[in-house]
Structure formats: C-alpha cells, structure tokens
Write a protein that binds this ligand. Structure first.
Ligand code: MN
Ligand code: MN
Length: 357
C-alpha cells in the first residue's frame, strides 16, 4: 500500500529533517528534476506512437547527431527547472554555453548540469536510455548570470547527483551525500517510490564492461587488466570473468549499482585531443559521486575522478568505476612500469584480443 511506502517527496523531507543544514530549495530543485524525468519517461515510453524516434538534422555542440528525443528531453529539463528560483544557471550536453534563466524568473543558489538523454543512440533499438544530473552550489554572483567558470568545480563539490533510467520500469537513483537510494516510478500515481535503500557496490567483482573494439588504442595498463580477466581461471587472476555492456553510461552505472562489476572507458590514443569519451560535468562526476557514496571507486585510471578540476563545460575524461578492489587494481597497473612494455610476450602474442602489430 502506498501509505506504507516512502515517496520521493517524503524521503527528501525526512532527509532534510535529519540534516537540518540542507536547504528546502534543494528539495524543490530535486523534485523539479524528477518532474522532468517523469515527462521524459512518458515521451520515451510512447516511442514510435509519439513520433519521437529518429534523428534531427542538427548536431549538438560536440558535433554528434541529435536524436529527436535529445532535443525534447533537453527542452523538458530546461522548462522544468528554469522557473522555480532554485537555480542560477543550467548546463546541458546539448547546449554550447550555460542556459541563462529568463529575466522574469528569480535566480537561485544552485547550478544544474545535465545530460538530458544519455544513450540516445540506443533509443531506436528500444534499449534503456536515461538522464543524468549534477547539482552544484552557485558562487555569489549578485544576481548576475553565471558564466562558464562558475560551473568548473571539481566533482567533490556536488551537493546532489543522480540519474533516471528509462527501462522496463523507470527508476530515479540519487544521492544527497547520505548514501545512494533508488526510487521506482509508479506510472499510475506518477510518483517515485523508494524501492532500494543504501545501495552498496561489493568491493570485489568478476564482471567487467569495456568497448573491446578500441583495444588497439588502449594504454598498456588497460590491456593488461582486460587480458588478465579474459585469461580466466588459468590466468593470473585465477578466476573466470564475464564481460557485459550496454553502451550507455546510465545502463552501465545502474547495472553496477545493482549487481556490482567494473566499467571502463579509458584514455586511448585514437584522438590525442580527446583523452577519453565521457563528459566530466554531467556524466562522469554525477556517476562518480553515486559510485563513491555506494562504497565503490571512480577513477580516471590514475586519480580519483571527483578531484579533477574542470577546464571546460564539455570536457571529456577517461572514466573507470565500480568495485573498489578492481578499480584500485587498474590504478595500480597504470602506476606500474611494464616489464618490456607493449612488446612483452603477454601483450604481443597472448592477448586474447590479439592484434597484429
Ligand atoms: Mn550521455
Ligand atoms: Mn545525451
């Protein structure tokens, strides 16, 4: 019965009671984000019936083709959050510069960065997509619109982070710094209902996800890690691993927050100007905060991801996250010099994704 259940609204009110320093504005902002996610979930669920599938003629600031739903979801996020007086500015994957709050609305004390539709290339094949968001404190701007610089805060400064996943059911997973909690959308009530409390990622794992087609561009540390996993019981790890992958960050994060494992989108040499694929402000940072709050670890491969000081709104980073022991191992491999380097026998001939040199 609903009376026995905790809705998102009730959860936020009770959290605030436990942490009186938390501001009521943050709760209102989170509820507006949740409203945007519910509206997106509805559009996504109608699929072809609603005419929302397919690509737009436009490309976004990253030069990627925009799906029709990218544009719709971005607009829903902006409309749901610009009016309430809680945010001073918004940054989106789909916008080159921060979205200014229209003059008729007041400015608030938070900044919102979001990827309105993550995994949008999956939408036409009816595979899970999601939305990712990150909330920062706005610097005191005396009523002026925040510039790009205001958003360039390391992930440790996030006051809230989360995502919605539009899968067989719609879920909202978030942290306000007191652990990670999951809510399932009751589509009849239109309410997110608490269904998973204090989500934890086990420190060990035998499941990993990586786009193996990029192997020839990986650094030696990543090749070593993956080769050792693939070698299974007979290899140095002494156990068999599974490889899983959905190729959308939200789906990967949700799987790892549900049953553990490790995900890698490492630095690679394909395009030296782009050391990594995922965006720091509205993809990696919020997922990294969730992962750390769930007892996991999130890294660039070399350093704690949340410590990265951003230099641009759409900056990309290498991103490795999940089971603490596995991510720690990968960081160790990045620090260790390779005996013999890439030409050593393990990498030249024994790699299971062998490439001709
Ligand atoms: Mn994305
Ligand atoms: Mn996106």
């Amino acid at each position: 019965m609903l009376a026995d259940r905790t809705t998102l609204t009730r959860f936020l009110i009770e959290e605030r009671r436990r942490y009186p320093s938390m501001c009521g504005d943050l709760n209102s902002l989170i509820l507006n984000v949740a409203l945007a996610c519910k509206a997106i979930a509805r559009r996504v669920s109608y699929g072809a019936l609603d005419g929302v599938l397919g690509a737009e003629a436009s490309t976004n600031v990253q030069g990627e083709t925009q799906q029709r739903l990218d544009v719709i979801a971005n607009d829903l996020f902006l409309r749901a959050n610009e009016w309430g007086g809680m945010v001073a500015g918004l940054v989106s994957e789909e916008l080159e510069a921060p979205h200014p709050i229209p003059a008729r609305f007041s400015r608030g004390k938070y900044l919102l960065a979001f990827d309105p539709l993550d995994g949008s290339s999956n939408i036409d094949v009816n595979v899970s997509v999601g939305s990712i968001f990150s909330i920062l404190r706005a610097p005191d701007l005396a009523g002026a619109d925040p510039t790009e610089k205001a958003f360039l805060q390391p992930g440790t400064e996030q006051v809230c982070a989360g995502y919605a996943i539009y899968g067989p059911s719609t879920m909202l997973v978030l942290t306000v710094g007191t652990g990670v909690h999951g809510f399932t959308l009751d589509p009849q009530l239109g309410e997110f209902v608490l269904t998973r409390q204090q989500i934890r990622i086990p420190p060990t794992a035998t499941e990993f996800a990586i786009n193996a087609s990029n192997r020839r561009f990986w650094e030696p540390a990543v090749r070593r890690y993956v080769d050792e996993c693939l070698a299974g019981r007979a290899g140095p790890r002494g156990t068999d691993f599974n490889m899983r992958g959905v190729a959308s960050l939200v789906a990967e994060a949700h799987r790892i927050l549900t049953r553990g494992g490790v995900f890698l989108y490492p630095r690679d040499s394909e395009d030296p100007a782009r050391p990594g694929r995922l965006r720091l402000l509205y993809e990696a940072n919020p997922v990294a905060l969730l992962v750390e709050q769930a007892g996991g670890r999130a890294s660039t491969g070399r350093d704690r991801l949340l410590k990265v000081v951003p230099t641009g709104l759409h900056q990309r980073v290498p991103f490795i996250f999940g089971a603490a022991d596995e991510v720690g191992r990968i960081e160790t491999y990045h620090r260790e010099p390779l005996d013999g380097g890439l030409d050593a026998p393990l990498y030249g001939t024994r790699g299971l994704f062998r490439v001709s040199a």
